[in-house]
Each structure stands twice: as structure tokens, then as C-alpha cells.
Design a protein around this ligand. Structure first.
Ligand code: ATR
Length: 283
């Protein structure tokens, strides 16, 4: 029986076991998916001993995504570019490989829920400059987004991301920094707005962004999924705009790992989404 796990600190609230156990059952695979609470400082050693612990691979959540990249013998371009890994697997030779599937998860979901997002090749407003922002920027870069307007409360963090990801683009000035105080003025020229901050999450203040000038065809996406309908998405929905919630990213980022460990490319179904949504309601 093949076994995989998710490591994190804390790991109790991770939805990954629910997702992977759903697929194991759905595809009739004799496998298991566990939760492993691994304290800070112990992640690298834990991941180096995956085989001894009887695992074929692992998902990695906060705060271990950097340690996961360090622990791996080899990593793919996405993990290197994002600077963090969330999925590891042992190959036939026992080598520990790493990837980062967050960009894939975000873009797959965006393309599914709002395939028109880049049709007019308008700018994308990205709000935030944290760990999740790196994956979103990488995904947008890979997907040919025309131009990024990047804004963050702490400007220096946005500057760091702009100087790192900007040169990876074929377009000069691919990322333009927008002053946090001027973010409302950027809304009018965008075809897509993405919140990558924790604002809007249960217990956090909402993201303060004036959508009055939002284009008719603009899409608004949030990576927050508790609640599913964040105040930002509700405001966009009230204006009749297409919205993309954070749950789709969570579900789609899980697909490549499952395939690597268990050999079946799983589908993100309505039933899976309903089950995870129900568990969020119970949280
Ligand atoms: P992660 O790596 O998980 O994304 P993070 O690095 O702490 O977490 O990033 C959180 C993001 O939410 C940052 O962009 C942060 O802005 P700062 O860089 O200025 O801290 C943003 N954020 C969190 N609380 C915020 C608030 N009250 N107002 C504005 N931005 C906020």
C-alpha cells in the first residue's frame, strides 16, 4: 500500500487529507494519506527520512515550504522560480524530488472558471507580496499575462518581487509597482484583480479596494477560501462580475501530487468541491 502525507505546523486544519482520501476512495486505490505535525526546524530531517517512514511522497504546508525545497535532491523549474516546494516524491532510485503546484492550481482554476481573463490582454492587479504572491506571479508569467500592476502595504516587499520576477518576463517593465495608497486608481485598467493577501479571511479585516471603476469584463479572484465568498468577491459579484474563489486553487494544486504518488491523474469534481466546502462550514 502506498502512503503519502502532509506536513505542517500546525497541520490540524489542512484540507489535504480530505481531498486525497476522497480520490483514493473514488478511484479504489489501496493507499493512505496522513497528517504529520512537524515542528519548525525538523522539516528537512523529516522529509529526508520519508522512505524510512514508509511514505512515497508528501505535501508541505506552512511554515515548511522553504525547507522542503532545501531538503529535495532535485527540484523543477516552478519550485526553483517560486523559491518554495509544496509537493515531494521519491522516484524509483530513491531520489527526493520537489515541485510547487500552487501556480498550476491557481492558473488551472482561473482558466476553468474565467477563461476570458486574458482575452483583451489587459493588466492584472496583484495585491500582496507574501509567499502565495510568488506562486501567483509565476503562474501569470507562465500564462502570458500582459502586464502586472503589483501593490503591497509594505512597498519594499513588492519591490523585491518585482526585481525577481520582472526580468523573467520577455516584456520590459512587466511588473509596475503601484503605491498602496493609489491601488483604487489602478482598478479601471485591469482585466483581472487577484487578492493574494490574508485580508478578507475570517478574523481578518476585509481588503479595502474600491471597485467602482471595475470594467464590465473584469474578473476578480481571491486566494482566501475561508470564507468562500470574501467581502471582495461579494462586492464584485454584486456588480455582476465574474469571480473566482480560493477553493479551486486548493483543489487543483493537489492534482499533480496525487498522480505522482498513486499513478492516477484525479479529477476535481463538483462532489469533491461540495465535500470540502461542507468541511469549511464546519471549521
Ligand atoms: P504568506 O507568505 O502566507 O503569503 P505573508 O508573507 O505574511 O504570508 O503575506 C501576507 C500578505 O498579506 C502580505 O502581502 C501582507 O502585507 P505586508 O507585506 O505589508 O505585511 C498582507 N497583509 C496582511 N495583513 C494586512 C493588512 N492589515 N493590510 C494590508 N496588507 C496586509
Amino acid at each position: 500500500m502506498k502512503r503519502a502525507c502532509v506536513i505542517g505546523w500546525p497541520v490540524e486544519h489542512s484540507r489535504s487529507p480530505l481531498i486525497h482520501r476522497y480520490w483514493l476512495k473514488h478511484y479504489g486505490i489501496d493507499g493512505a494519506y496522513e497528517k504529520e505535525a512537524v515542528p519548525p526546524g525538523e522539516a528537512e530531517a523529516f522529509l529526508r527520512s520519508l522512505a524510512e517512514r514508509g511514505y512515497v511522497g508528501a505535501n508541505v504546508t506552512l511554515p515548511h515550504k522553504l525547507a522542503a525545497l532545501k531538503a529535495a535532491d532535485a527540484a523543477d523549474e516552478a519550485a526553483y522560480a517560486i523559491g518554495a516546494a509544496n509537493t515531494l516524491w521519491l522516484d524509483a532510485a530513491g531520489k527526493l524530488n520537489a515541485t510547487n503546484t500552487d501556480a498550476h492550481g491557481f492558473m488551472t482554476n482561473l482558466n476553468e472558471q474565467a477563461p476570458q481573463w486574458n482575452k483583451e490582454r489587459r493588466s492584472v492587479l496583484v495585491i500582496g507580496a507574501g509567499g502565495a504572491t510568488r506562486a501567483i506571479l509565476y503562474g501569470l508569467l507562465q500564462s502570458g499575462a500582459a502586464k502586472i500592476l503589483l501593490t503591497n502595504r509594505t512597498r519594499s516587499k513588492a519591490e523585491t518581487l518585482a526585481s525577481y520576477f520582472g526580468p523573467m518576463s520577455k516584456t520590459a517593465d512587466w511588473i509596475e509597482l503601484i503605491d498602496w495608497k493609489k491601488r483604487d486608481a489602478a482598478v479601471a485598467e485591469c482585466g483581472l484583480i487577484v487578492n493574494t493577501t490574508s485580508l478578507g479571511m475570517i478574523g481578518e479585516p476585509p481588503l479595502d479596494l474600491d471597485l467602482a471603476a471595475l470594467r464590465d469584463d473584469a474578473v476578480v479572484a481571491d486566494i482566501v477560501y475561508t470564507p468562500l465568498m470574501t467581502p471582495l468577491l461579494a462586492a464584485a459579484r454584486n456588480r455582476g462580475r465574474t469571480t473566482v474563489d480560493g477553493l479551486g486553487m486548493l483543489l487543483h494544486q493537489a492534482v499533480p501530487g496525487f498522480e505522482l504518488w498513486f499513478g492516477v491523474r484525479p479529477e476535481v469534481t463538483k462532489e469533491l468541491r461540495a465535500q470540502v466546502t461542507a468541511s469549511l462550514g464546519a471549521a
